[in-house]
Design a protein around this ligand. Structure first.
Ligand code: KIV
Ligand code: ZN
Length: 493
């Protein structure tokens, strides 16, 4: 029986990913991500660039100490950089030096022979210290093949264990990438790795093409983070290898969605809703035809089962929803209506969506109540007992909330950057659940004037589950508090 091909996955979220403009991770955050990456089933991670600073060196050292998988540090082809990696006690050192004519002339001001010598002697230096070496000819995809092969053969002879082919400025397309890797593969015996940037949106496709060309390992980042337009996205590469190529990676795919959310939260970089695999809309359906079919048989409009990546299917209320979607949504909420009422409720939801309104579950309950009379509502698990807000010029606002959670009284006081922040933080503290996240917050004024009705729409997340909730009040803080409590009651149901 033919064996399933296995490709290794090397994650560089903590190095190239951290080079995303605007991202800087503390030691604690890097450690949290590193452990999650290990739990995801990765073969190796690049933990950072130790020469960058003392704190970076210390962080990489701590990650290498705590993790059982291969932890790699990045180094230029310079003894000082390599020494910093040695001090960080990493399992692997990733040495890089530019090889393209553009980089040699304008960035390094060095000849091909000088760069060759630096590459070979650096690899030799790492190997002499008994440490595994991965070598990258930076900007490999703009380097002439003859010189690229000369450098690759030199570092192979010097004892490198892996050669990475970086598409540093993301200028490849799949056919070209496949050929380049195949050309290198013919001449090089050690493992080949690929590192693609996404400047033309080709990073994932080029990474897959490199695998077709004979790569043994792929470099990726969570949420495609990285320099400029980012790197090849871990979620997409792993799932495409598995589902489209039948290639295994050892990644525990059900942990992919929580991993993506963790990195979103700790880096502060939100992904687009239509991002593949892990975006909010990746498993969301609104159109009547799709919802009807998916409810009958998921594979009609879902190429991947959401549970496979730790996500959940979402039926979205809006102008495209059909009767089957509303029926499923009402059943999910424990609301029973007859056929005629269901039709009327569906029309009203579609009307509301058609007016450009974001339709949330409270709207559905209100419409159902209107059409079918009182509908049984589940007991609210979280109820507000009291709320106090102190705000003084020059001081941070401070909110105190008293809640009843499952009948038990809970109280918390928190400060915030503003009164809304303080109030929502206090509610979160009183609930005491770490994994409750307030993902989106939108404030609209329904009427004009300083006594305008404020409408707050928020998304509350708990693990793989999220819900949209709304609060309306003349006071922005109370509208926010109501929206948050509505969201909590739904997500904790
Ligand atoms: O994009 C690149 O070339 C890199 C190297 C350090 C491998 O990130
Ligand atoms: Zn890179």
């Amino acid at each position: 029986m033919a064996q399933t091909r296995r490709v290794k996955v090397f994650d560089t979220t903590l190095r190239d990913g951290e080079q995303t403009p605007g991202v800087g991770l503390t030691k604690e955050k890097k450690l949290e991500i590193a452990h999650a990456l290990q739990d995801l089933g990765l073969d190796a991670i690049e933990a950072g660039f130790p020469i960058n600073s003392d704190i970076e060196l210390e962080t990489v050292r701590q990650i290498a100490k705590e993790l059982d998988i291969t932890v790699c540090g990045l180094a230029r082809a310079l003894p000082g950089d390599i020494d910093a990696c040695i001090k960080a006690d990493v399992d692997m050192i990733h040495v890089f030096i530019s090889t393209s004519p553009q980089h040699l002339k304008y960035q390094m001001n060095k000849t091909e022979d000088e760069v060759y010598e630096m590459a070979v002697s650096s690899v030799q230096y790492v190997v002499d210290h008994g440490i595994t070496c991965m070598f990258s000819p930076m900007d490999a995809t703009r380097t002439g093949l003859d010189y690229l092969l000369r450098v690759c053969k030199g570092v192979e002879a010097a004892g490198a264990s892996i050669i990475n082919i970086p598409d540093t400025v993301g200028v490849m397309y799949p056919e070209k990438m496949r050929k380049l890797v195949a050309d290198v593969r013919k001449e090089i015996k050690i493992d080949l790795d690929v590192h693609c940037h996404n400047d033309f949106g080709m990073a994932v496709a080029n990474t897959l093409a490199a695998v077709e060309g004979g790569c043994d390992q792929v470099q990726v980042t969570v949420n495609g983070l990285g320099e400029r337009a980012g790197n090849a996205d871990l979620e997409q590469v792993v799932m495409a290898l598995k589902m489209l190529y039948g290639i295994e990676t050892g990644i525990k795919t059900e942990k992919i969605y929580p991993m993506s959310k963790l990195v979103e939260r700790l880096t502060g970089i939100r992904i687009m809703p239509n991002f593949p695999i892990v975006g909010d809309n990746a498993f969301a359906h609104e159109s009547g035809i799709h919802v009807h079919a998916v409810l009958k048989r998921a594979e009609t409009f879902e190429p991947i089962k959401p549970e496979m990546v730790g996500a959940k299917r979402k039926l979205v209320l809006g102008k495209h929803i059909g009767i089957h979607g509303i029926d499923a949504k009402l059943k999910e909420m424990g609301i029973a209506v007859d056929g005629e009422q269901l039709r009327e409720i569906t029309n009203k939801v579609k009307d509301l969506g058609g007016k450009g309104k974001k339709v949330v579950e409270e709207d559905l309950v209100a419409i159902a109540q209107d059409v079918a009379g009182m509908v049984p509502q589940k007991e609210r698990r979280v109820q507000m007992v009291n709320f106090k807000l102190a705000s003084e010029l020059g001081k941070k606002p401070c909110a105190t909330v008293v809640l009843k959670v499952d009948g038990k009284v809970k109280e918390a006081t928190e400060e915030g950057v503003g009164p809304v922040d303080a109030a929502l933080k206090a509610i979160k503290s009183a609930i005491g659940l770490e994994d409750i996240l307030l993902e989106e917050y939108r404030l609209d004024a329904i009427t004009g004037g300083s006594d305008a009705l404020a409408e707050v729409t928020i998304t509350v997340r708990k693990g793989g589950d999220s819900t949209l909730a709304r609060g309306v009040h003349e006071d922005v803080v109370m509208a926010s508090v109501t929206a948050f409590l509505n969201g909590l009651n739904r997500i904790l149901k």
